[in-house]
Design a binder for this molecule. Structure first.
Ligand code: GTP
Length: 358
């Protein structure tokens, strides 16, 4: 890579969705790349590790705590720092890193590691988050497991595995449901991990390109109640739904409203420029309140006072922005932001952002 940063890919997906199968395939393809794999699995025994080392020369590092909690960041941070140092000293040779998360993990803290820690940020570039969804069991997992929904929300790229086990209509319905949750992520079917390498690496999904790959018509349709398949909008999940939840958890009612997923996204668009100070204030306060529920947000912004696009992105409370290329002559200077999160109050965001326009 020209900037010397080591690309990192996060591979996520619910238990049994085919992460190891995909990774094993990718490692055995003759792409000429040396890949360091970081495993973050539950339990003392790690069968995956044995499978992976089998016939490849990849470096496997296993994080032993394997737990779904914030301490993962320290482990991962330390592992990444060690990897980078050994690479610098010539003790380890690899071109990229793949982190396979446990099927029960929220990929947020893993992704945040790449923003939070200077040492990590100096050595690594988060290329993308890949999420596998099991075509056979995915629907049920999305109904009942918030981790599964979050994994979809974070994804830069979705792979649908086990499509061989379902009929076309089932696959289609699942794909449609996922698109409602995360319209930005392209979806690809993957059979037993067979996937072209170009769909896996160097997606630069996390670093925003100048364009947001969202079909605005899809979300607009969502707004106006078209294309609904038994979605129930009469009930909002949230703190008032009458049950006890763990902090930050929202409620799961798989039985009475299928597909009323709590992971949703919306787009804010305006052709008026933002006032940078106001926008910073607003975003700063909104992440204080809704940060835990804000899975991913990104945007290309038209800011007053610069001729360049401002590229902005974040995960939970952490966000950052960079200057992008200049707006081309004649190009419509439209700001576009997408927010993907759990039960985010869309009207609060829309109204607040409108107030930040210059
Ligand atoms: N029918 C079918 N089975 C698949 C496909 N991909 C993976 N599998 C099977 O699904 C099972 C689980 O696959 P793994 O790759 O171990 O899944 P994983 O996500 O790593 O699982 P965990 O580590 O438990 O989270 C294995 O028996 C695979 O052979 C597929 O496309 N079709």
């Amino acid at each position: 890579m020209s900037n010397g940063l080591i690309p990192a890919t996060i591979l996520t997906g619910f238990l049994g969705s085919g992460k190891t199968t995909l990774l094993k395939r990718v490692l055995s393809e003759s792409h000429g790349q040396r890949i360091a794999v970081i495993e973050n699995e539950f339990g003392e025994e790690n069968i995956d590790n044995d499978i992976l080392v089998a016939d490849t020369e990849e470096q496997i590092i296993q994080m032993s705590n394997g737990c779904v909690c914030c301490t993962i960041r320290e482990d991962l941070r330390a592992t990444l720092a060690t990897l980078a140092e050994k690479r610098r000293k010539g003790e380890l040779h690899f071109d990229r890193v793949v982190i396979e998360t446990t099927g029960l993990a929220d990929p947020g803290p893993v992704a945040q590691t790449f923003f939070m820690d200077d040492e990590v940020a100096e050595s690594f570039l988060l290329d993308s988050i890949l999420t596998l969804v099991d075509a056979k069991h995915g629907d049920g997992q999305l109904d009942t497991r918030q981790e599964a929904r979050r994994q979809v929300g974070f994804a830069d790229q979705i792979f649908l595995s086990k499509a061989d086990l379902v009929d076309a209509a089932t696959l289609d319905a699942l794909s449609h449901r996922i698109k409602h949750m995360n319209p930005r992520a392209p979806q690809h079917r993957v059979d037993f991990g067979v996937v072209p390498i170009k769909d896996v690496f160097d997606l630069r999904g996390f670093n925003l390109n100048a364009k947001l790959e969202i079909d605005p018509a899809f979300l607009d349709a969502d707004d106006h109640g078209h294309h609904h398949h038994g979605h129930d909008h009469g009930h909002e999940h949230g703190p008032d739904c009458g049950h006890e939840h763990a902090p930050g958890e929202s409620c799961d009612h798989p039985h009475h409203h299928r597909h009323d997923d709590d992971v949703k996204s919306f787009v804010f668009r305006s052709d008026k420029p933002f006032n940078p100070a106001r926008l910073e204030d607003f975003l700063g306060s909104i992440v204080q309140i809704y940060g835990p529920k804000m899975l991913r947000y990104k945007g290309v912004l038209n800011m007053k006072g610069t001729e360049r696009k401002v590229i902005f992105q974040g995960v939970h409370q952490l966000m950052g922005s960079d200057l992008g290329p200049k707006w081309a002559p004649g190009e419509k200077r439209e700001s576009r932001m997408v927010f993907i999160g759990i039960d985010l109050p869309r009207d609060v965001f829309q109204a607040g952002l409108s107030q930040c326009l210059a």
